[in-house]
Design a protein around this ligand. Structure first.
Ligand code: ADP
Ligand code: MG
Length: 544
């Protein structure tokens, strides 16, 4: 594009020069007497040919996009031919037009490069020297160039003219080549700079809009300019709507910072967003200056702190709950000792002779209730005390047999057939005490559901497939009773702590079971048919 423009300028320049020549020729001919000289006719023809050539070249450039380099060479060659012919018809050494060779040299250095300018200067020098030489030696007499003027000047003059012209041609090539090269260099440097600025601008814009926090700028008057994507999402207000409005119109709680926002500030404000309800926004502002150091506004950084604030509150709550849990476990433990003392003393009094039967009845109630209180505390401690299981290999069948023996004297199991169907030799990896608690809780529950007798079946099997298809060994332990079962509404809540349907129940039995199974990395599954019985299945991971 630029090359073409240069070429057009050059053609225009040549047309101006040729027009000057034309005007000169006309003036010369007006003064001349006795009609137009034949050599002047040739000059006029040359001039008009150059006009046509220039017009043709111009049209060619206008309407085609290629051949620019070829056309450039053609211009230079045309100029050289034009000047050479002009010299030949206007008297060779006597012609005033040798300076026109400069046209070609300047042309070459501006349109091409310095090297081409030197080539052109050499060509012009050789042609000019040849004309003068040949004229001097009479070789051009056939073209109408008489050697007489050259001989009149003398050989020294002819050669010094050639030499001077040669020098001038090279000097021109050197100077114009140098200048145009410098111009070209600074032009391309400028172009590069412009590209870099463009790229920076684009980069800047995409950084601002893709920032993971809200960014906006306000003018000295507090009016919003930049309002990035995050800020738009946070507030639910588009950039167009926010533009040129006051920050406090967008975020009303910023009102109290309005007169300070242009100096470094940080704080938290509440915001009622149309889509997310009440949110907490943290902000930071810093002033920014123009190139001269004048403050032209402030950059404000916004961040949604809602989630962090929520987490802070929840963490505090969990902390408090943990502290309460620990405290109550300690108190429960402390109640146990005096309770045992009370129960023991009352039992001793009951056994004495000096107590009336009525008092004995009352004291028996006292003993029963202290025992109940003690059981509650035991259950609570089992549930509340966090215990990391100390896993060991346990022979399941033998383990269940021990529990059977233990429960044989328990009155709740008087009418119950407790069946140990665990295959002999099967091993589970469990904490002995905790696992004993699990089985006891399940068995006691089952027995309590069958006051008038029934069957409790305890069985186990190996399960090789994990839930998500991963090959892992599981031991499945099932406690099944023939009790009254439960309806789905109750079943949904049985693992909740303190949920019980029994008078005098603590509701901590299954909650404890669940916690222990969970801490062993196992899972629990319940099935129940009202009137037909309940089935608890525990899956425990194998050796691990
Ligand atoms: P608790 O035994 O003190 O009531 P649990 O946590 O052991 O507390 O049991 C919670 C509730 O689950 C029981 O009150 C009962 O309603 C129900 N439940 C537990 N085991 C069985 C079972 N084998 N058959 C029917 N219902 C059961
Ligand atoms: Mg229970």
């Amino acid at each position: 594009m630029d090359e073409k423009r240069r070429l057009v300028w050059f053609i225009f320049f040549r047309v101006v020069v040729v027009t000057v020549l034309l005007v000169t020729a006309i003036i010369l001919n007006l003064e001349a007497e006795g009609g137009i000289h034949p050599s002047q006719v040739t000059v006029l023809r040359l001039i008009f040919a150059t006009y046509f050539f220039s017009l043709g070249s111009y049209l060619f450039i206008r309407f085609t996009t290629s051949y620019t380099l070829f056309l450039t060479y053609l211009q230079i060659i045309w100029d050289i031919i034009f000047v050479t012919l002009l010299l030949l018809v206007t008297g060779g050494i006597a012609s005033p037009y040798s300076f026109l060779y400069f046209l070609s040299i300047i042309n070459a250095s501006i349109l091409l490069a310095r090297r081409e300018a030197y080539y052109t200067a050499s060509l012009c020098g050789i042609l000019y020297g040849a004309i003068l030489d040949f004229q001097y030696f009479g070789k051009l007499a056939a073209l109408g160039l008489s050697p007489v003027p050259a001989r009149q000047y003398g050989s020294k003059f002819v050669f010094s003219t050639i030499f001077l012209n040669f020098g001038a041609f090279y000097l021109t090539a050197f100077l114009t080549g140098y200048l145009s090269e410098r111009a070209r260099k600074s032009e391309s440097a400028l172009e590069k700079k412009a590209i870099d600025l463009d790229e920076l601008e684009r980069l800047n814009r995409s950084i601002v809009s893709n920032l993971g926090s809200g960014l906006l700028t306000v003018t000295n008057e507090g009016r919003i300019r930049v309002f990035n994507r995050y800020a738009q999402q946070l507030t639910g207000i588009s950039h167009e709507d926010a533009y040129d409005r006051l920050l406090s119109e967008i975020i009303p709680a910023m009102e109290k910072y309005a007169d300070r926002i242009l100096s470094p500030q940080a704080g938290e404000v509440e915001y009622l967003s149309s889509h997310a309800g009440k949110i907490v926004i943290g902000f930071k502002s810093v002033p920014f200056n123009d190139v001269e150091g004048n403050r032209i506004g402030a950059i404000v950084n916004l961040l949604d702190l809602t989630l962090i604030k929520q987490m802070e509150i929840e963490l505090k709550k969990a902390d408090r709950l943990a502290a309460i849990g620990e405290l109550s476990a300690r108190i429960a433990h402390e109640i146990r000792n005096p309770l045992a003392a009370i129960s023991g003393s009352v039992q001793l009094i009951v056994q004495g002779d000096s107590v009336s039967n009525d008092d004995k009845r009352l004291l028996t109630i006292a003993v029963r209730e202290t025992d109940r209180l003690n059981a509650l505390i035991s259950d609570f401690l089992a549930y509340a005390r966090p215990a990391v299981p100390h896993k060991v290999a346990v022979d399941l069948n033998g383990f269940v047999a021990d529990i059977q023996t233990f429960l044989a004297t328990d009155h709740r199991f008087g009418q119950i057939a407790l069946l140990n169907e665990c295959p002999p030799g099967m091993t589970v990896y469990v904490d002995r005490d905790q696992f004993r608690q699990v089985l006891l809780n399940l068995l006691v529950n089952a027995a309590e559901e069958m006051p008038s007798g029934g069957t409790v079946r305890l069985s186990a099997s190996l399960d090789r497939l994990g839930k998500d298809g991963s090959e892992q060994a599981f031991t499945r332990i099932v406690v099944e009773d023939s009790g009254s079962g439960m309806d789905p509404a109750i079943m949904a809540r049985i693992f909740e702590p303190f949920f019980t349907t029994k008078e005098g129940g603590t509701g901590l039995g299954l909650a404890t079971v669940y916690r222990i199974v969970e801490s062993h990395g196992g899972t629990m599954h319940v099935e129940s048919t009202p009137g037909a019985g309940t089935r608890f299945a525990i899956s425990l991971p194998g050796e691990a």
